[in-house]
Design a binder for this molecule. Structure first.
Ligand SMILES: Cc1cc2nc3c(=O)[nH]c(=O)nc-3n(C[C@H](O)[C@H](O)[C@H](O)COP(=O)(O)O)c2cc1C
Length: 263
């Protein structure tokens, strides 16, 4: 599976078949996480957790047997780096037929933080179950998907712009167009898709359109995690260099500059 196929076919999996991952798959994941890097160069440490041994569960899941969590030191851009690195694992897992769901809210956070030995100077914004998808989704999973319109994404015209937020982008470069399509398909908390991108020459500036009701707290801003995921999808599609230098493009209130990728 190439990255576009992986991105387009991936979905959150909340109903598992109840089996542990095979030893071979566990080893592949453990090996893969050691290679994951992010353009922020902020280390993200992955921890694999057995559900039963640690008493871990989530009310939205069924048949879950294992989890992966990740920890990052508190610092500027920690959430974006976390989102970028964790999404690499999510996509790799899917390419092996392993289901995941980003979980940032629907779990007993203290239990996961204790099981992962989280330190005071670290945050663990999200974790995910790891397992093989069941043949049928549970009724609860189907209802959740309907509730957040999980199968839908905003059209490109609402997300990608040319030099100013008033001008929708008509991308001529097919590689970049594909990378933007992968951004569009990215998963996000409550499927809010808060990313906006403005092209200026070879630079693609990423912005976060904050949703009311989302506040940054001690566990990290989940919408900044979403931004890391979007940047991961984009940089998976184009060779680019990330920098953080606000170009000063006028943006409405609540729209925050995050980073730029030069392609
Ligand atoms: C940062 C983040 C946090 C999330 N938190 C939760 C969560 O707590 N519980 C849950 O059931 N889904 C959670 N999700 C999954 C989203 O609801 C899901 O990705 C979105 O609805 C799109 O559906 P899809 O992943 O099937 O494409 C989260 C996703 C992200 C990116």
């Amino acid at each position: 599976m190439n990255m576009l196929e992986t991105v387009k076919t991936r979905r959150s999996v909340r109903t598992f078949d109840g089996n542990l991952l095979t030893q071979a798959d566990q080893e592949k994941l453990a090996e893969y996480v050691r290679t994951i890097q992010n353009p922020y160069e902020i280390p993200v440490e992955f921890v694999f957790l057995d559900a039963k041994a640690n008493g871990l569960s989530s009310p939205v899941l069924a048949g879950d047997t294992m989890y992966v969590a990740a920890k990052v030191g508190v610092q500027a851009h920690a959430e974006e780096a976390f989102g970028y690195s964790f999404e690499k694992l999510v996509l790799y897992a899917w390419s092996l037929g392993i289901g995941t769901t980003w979980i940032g809210g629907t779990m007993k956070r203290e239990l996961f933080e204790k099981a992962a030995s989280l330190k005071d100077h670290e945050i663990m914004p999200c974790m995910s179950p790891l397992g093989y998808p069941a043949k049928k989704m549970s009724v609860r999973e189907l209802m959740m998907r309907r509730g957040v319109k999980a199968d839908e994404r905003k059209p490109a015209s609402e997300l990608f712009f040319d030099r100013a937020f008033s001008a929708p982008l008509n991308e001529e470069d097919s590689t970049v167009e594909q990378a933007l399509e992968m951004v569009r398909y990215a998963p996000s908390a409550v499927n809010r898709q808060p990313w906006r991108v403005v092209r200026e020459g070879k630079n693609y500036h990423f912005y976060l359109k904050h949703d009311k009701g989302y506040v940054s707290n001690s566990t990290g801003d989940l919408q900044k995690v979403d931004m890391g995921i979007a940047i991961c999808h984009f940089m998976g599609g184009v060779k680019g260099v990330l920098s953080i230098s606000d170009p000063g493009i006028p943006a409405e209130a609540g729209v925050e500059y995050i980073a730029s990728v030069a392609v």
